[in-house]
Design a protein around this ligand. Structure first.
Ligand SMILES: *[C@@H]1O[C@H](CO)[C@@H](O)[C@H](O)[C@H]1NC(C)=O
Ligand SMILES: *[C@@H]1O[C@H](CO)[C@@H](O)[C@H](O)[C@H]1NC(C)=O
Ligand SMILES: *[C@@H]1O[C@H](CO)[C@@H](O)[C@H](O)[C@H]1NC(C)=O
Ligand SMILES: *[C@@H]1O[C@H](CO)[C@@H](O)[C@H](O)[C@H]1NC(C)=O
Ligand SMILES: *[C@@H]1O[C@H](CO)[C@@H](O)[C@H](O)[C@H]1NC(C)=O
Ligand SMILES: *[C@@H]1O[C@H](CO)[C@@H](O)[C@H](O)[C@H]1NC(C)=O
Ligand SMILES: *[C@@H]1O[C@H](CO)[C@@H](O)[C@H](O)[C@H]1NC(C)=O
Ligand SMILES: *[C@@H]1O[C@H](CO)[C@@H](O)[C@H](O)[C@H]1NC(C)=O
Ligand SMILES: *[C@@H]1O[C@H](CO)[C@@H](O)[C@H](O)[C@H]1NC(C)=O
Ligand SMILES: *[C@@H]1O[C@H](CO)[C@@H](O)[C@H](O)[C@H]1NC(C)=O
Ligand SMILES: *[C@@H]1O[C@H](CO)[C@@H](O)[C@H](O)[C@H]1NC(C)=O
Ligand SMILES: *[C@@H]1O[C@H](CO)[C@@H](O)[C@H](O)[C@H]1NC(C)=O
Length: 402
């Protein structure tokens, strides 16, 4: 009887331990089996004017097994990131520079062969909004200052470091402050060292946006960033917010927001912008420098206005559809911008499904220990009891002989 119970118990333990080992192995395998792309970076490709007037065009070609992602980042007008996915590893980008610089024709930037294009998506960083939060409610409904149109900023030249590009710009009223965008394109899966440590893949790029030292127009100023997404048939249309129980990589943040494009509302995601709803008030933040952010519902925008603000959109798309949303930084009671004069926010832009964080190895270890230890104790306990009973039984049998 006791032996059977122990057997059943150890069977149960084995199943649970095996499950734990499986989860652990899954998380390790996920780390090891990464998809790689070969990156090549080119700035103002084939331009005869170097640098071209009005801003730079960065082209990162990311070649996979039998597909290519073209990342194009341009500061002519409002800063714009365009990603084009093709089904061959030999597709190229062609720019007709005189037409591109004339800003008035579509088709001056193409991806050849055009039949290889599977999907494209673009994000335009269109405006920076500022409001005077006199009552500290963080409800951006009134008291807006005139918006900063990023297409009118004085943008620096793109500064390159490997597959990272830095672009800073300013409005004359910023004094010596600036708004900067840093694009990073990746050849494989990984995470940045700095918060929010988003998980990226070879199919996505990261854009960090920060406001450094700009002069706020009131002491109670808060900011919003307006983003527009442009796509061919299927622009980014809805924002999904997902919950997580694991905040190891982004302390105190248990959500991830994904602005996705899908075909007729199906669950297959074609392209995405993903972010964690957090901004930081210092360049090297500690936990107190984290500040929640919120987003508005995506709304349909005039494609013409977006086209007018961004040269890259005009050059690549003929009749684009655009959607827009705002990301606002800070909740009621959070310090105002004037406290640290700094704000940074990070997002991922890519094609296919957004990366999904699996439980981190630390959480998996905790789970294995938490679930495994009682089982091992039970098993050891069961074995002890069994041995004890046997011993008792054997001494009971042998005693009469003595
Ligand atoms: C793409 O490459 C994978 C292996 O890298 C191969 O299995 C697959 O058949 C290829 N697809 C096409 C359409 O060539
Ligand atoms: C640059 O010129 C080369 C050779 O003419 C061509 O192969 C390439 O596609 C061009 N690139 C762009 C971006 O126009
Ligand atoms: C585009 O602009 C150029 C010069 O700015 C002009 O010569 C050309 O006619 C314009 N083309 C169109 C289609 O408006
Ligand atoms: C790529 O897609 C185009 C059109 O969607 C198709 O005609 C072509 O055969 C595809 N090429 C490959 C290699 O799958
Ligand atoms: C701020 O609060 C005052 C008094 O409660 C109110 O009159 C005013 O309208 C509020 N301002 C805003 C922008 O909400
Ligand atoms: C733009 O910036 C450059 C140098 O950063 C400066 O020389 C120029 O005057 C600025 N232009 C405007 C319109 O602010
Ligand atoms: C370039 O990037 C590397 C790695 O991200 C960094 O360590 C290095 O400081 C950067 N160099 C410059 C000049 O910013
Ligand atoms: C910013 O400009 C002010 C004067 O307008 C100057 O005193 C200060 O040193 C400047 N700061 C930096 C970091 O350049
Ligand atoms: C990236 O895209 C390629 C080609 O579409 C696909 O095979 C791969 O699984 C994707 N990787 C990730 C991490 O989504
Ligand atoms: C902002 O606060 C400072 C210091 O408290 C004060 O000197 C300044 O007048 C205030 N500015 C405005 C626009 O209220
Ligand atoms: C920021 O604004 C608040 C008023 O809202 C003021 O008390 C504080 O002194 C300002 N801080 C700085 C550094 O100007
Ligand atoms: C999506 O819907 C449109 C019309 O609403 C239809 O023309 C198109 O074929 C649909 N696409 C797919 C893949 O179902």
């Amino acid at each position: 009887m006791a032996a059977a119970a122990v057997k059943a118990q150890s069977g149960g333990v084995c199943v649970i331990l095996l499950a734990c080992v499986f989860i652990l192995r899954q998380s390790l395998v996920q780390g090891a089996e990464t998809y790689r792309r070969k990156l090549s970076v080119d700035i103002n490709p084939n331009s005869t004017l170097d640098p071209p007037p009005g801003g730079d065009l960065l082209h990162v070609r990311a070649v996979g097994g039998n597909d290519t992602l073209h990342f194009l980042f341009c500061s002519q007008g409002a800063p714009t990131l365009l990603i084009v996915h093709t089904n061959t590893s030999s597709s190229t980008v062609k720019v007709n520079w005189p037409e591109f610089l004339a800003h008035n024709t579509s088709g001056s930037l193409t991806v050849e062969p055009q039949s290889s294009v599977l999907y494209s998506t673009a994000v335009v960083f269109s405006r920076l909004l500022e409001y005077d939060d006199v009552n500290n409610t963080a409800e951006p409904t009134s008291d807006f200052f005139p918006p900063y149109e990023l297409q009118n900023f004085n943008w620096s030249r793109l500064s390159l470091n490997g597959s990272m590009a830095l672009l800073c710009g300013a409005d004359p009223t910023f004094r010596n402050g600036s708004l900067c965008l840093q694009l990073s394109v990746f050849d494989s899966e990984g995470r940045f060292e700095s918060w929010p440590r988003l998980l990226h893949s070879a199919n996505s790029s990261q854009v960090d946006v920060w406001l450094d030292g700009i002069l706020p127009r009131s002491n109670n100023s808060r900011f919003l960033l307006e983003l527009q997404s442009v796509g061919g048939a299927y622009p980014l249309s809805r924002v999904d917010v997902q919950q997580s129980i694991d905040d190891e990589f982004t302390p105190s943040i248990f959500k991830v927001s994904q602005w996705v494009s899908s075909m007729n509302g199906s669950s297959d995601v074609l392209g995405f912008v993903q972010w964690k709803p957090v901004a930081y008030r210092r360049p090297h933040p500690v936990l107190e420098d984290a500040m929640p952010c919120r987003h508005s519902d995506p709304q349909s925008q005039s494609g013409e206005a977006t086209t007018a603000s961004s040269s890259l959109i005009r050059a690549f798309y003929s009749k684009p559809e655009a959607m827009g949303l705002n990301v606002s930084f800070g909740l009621a009671g959070d310090p105002f911008y004037n406290k640290t004069m700094f704000l940074s926010w990070t997002m991922l832009v890519g094609v296919g499904s957004p990366p999904v964080d699996f439980f981190s190895p630390m959480i998996v270890t905790i789970m294995v220990v938490a679930m495994g230890t009682p089982m091992i104790l039970l098993l050891v306990g069961g074995v002890c009891i069994c041995l004890h009973k046997r011993k008792a039984a054997s001494s009971a049998t042998y005693e009469p002989i003595n």
